[in-house]
Design a protein. Structure first.
Length: 157
């Protein structure tokens, strides 16, 4: 695979990761949909992929960076798969996705804590074309992982 195609791929990963993070922040801060804890965790692989893709343009070790990208999107696949499983009721969450403090007795503290409660991971508050963002991320992470494996396989030639 030519260096030009590898460069285009890393530029694509950079653009996709940047767009994904901007879209998540737009949905949260502009549209007002508060993310659950797993939604926040799903942003981390995109931040890491953004840094890896940017690194390619300064540190041109494509094999190492492709392996790191593959590991990043595999972790994204696992996190989003876990989230989709919780949304569909297939998997019971290992931890509580909400942070409710039951020891509060003061009225003002109760009202303040209600504003700070994160949404439950089971609930899909925002969807695109009827599909949750966790499901879209699950599909996207799988496709990107397969693309990276394919590129890594043919990048050596």
């Amino acid at each position: 695979m030519s260096e030009q195609k590898i460069k285009i791929f890393f530029l694509f990963i950079f653009t996709l990761s940047l767009f994904s993070l901007i879209a998540a922040l737009y949905i949260e801060y502009i549209l007002g949909f508060k993310p659950c804890i797993l939604c926040l965790y799903q942003r981390l692989p995109y931040l890491i992929a953004l840094i890896i893709a940017l690194t390619y343009f300064f540190y041109n070790n494509k094999n190492l960076l492709l392996v790191l990208l593959a590991l990043t999107f595999i972790s994204s696949f696992l996190i989003s798969g876990y989230h989709v499983g919780i949304e569909k009721g297939i998997i019971e969450p290992l931890f509580s996705c909400t942070n409710i403090n039951t020891g509060i007795v003061n009225k003002e503290e109760i009202l303040r804590s209600l504003k700070e409660i994160q949404p439950d991971c089971k609930n899909v508050d925002f969807s695109l074309f009827g599909v949750s963002l966790a499901t879209l991320n699950f599909i996207n992470s799988f496709v990107l992982t397969m693309a990276i494996v394919y590129i890594f396989k043919y990048a050596k030639k």
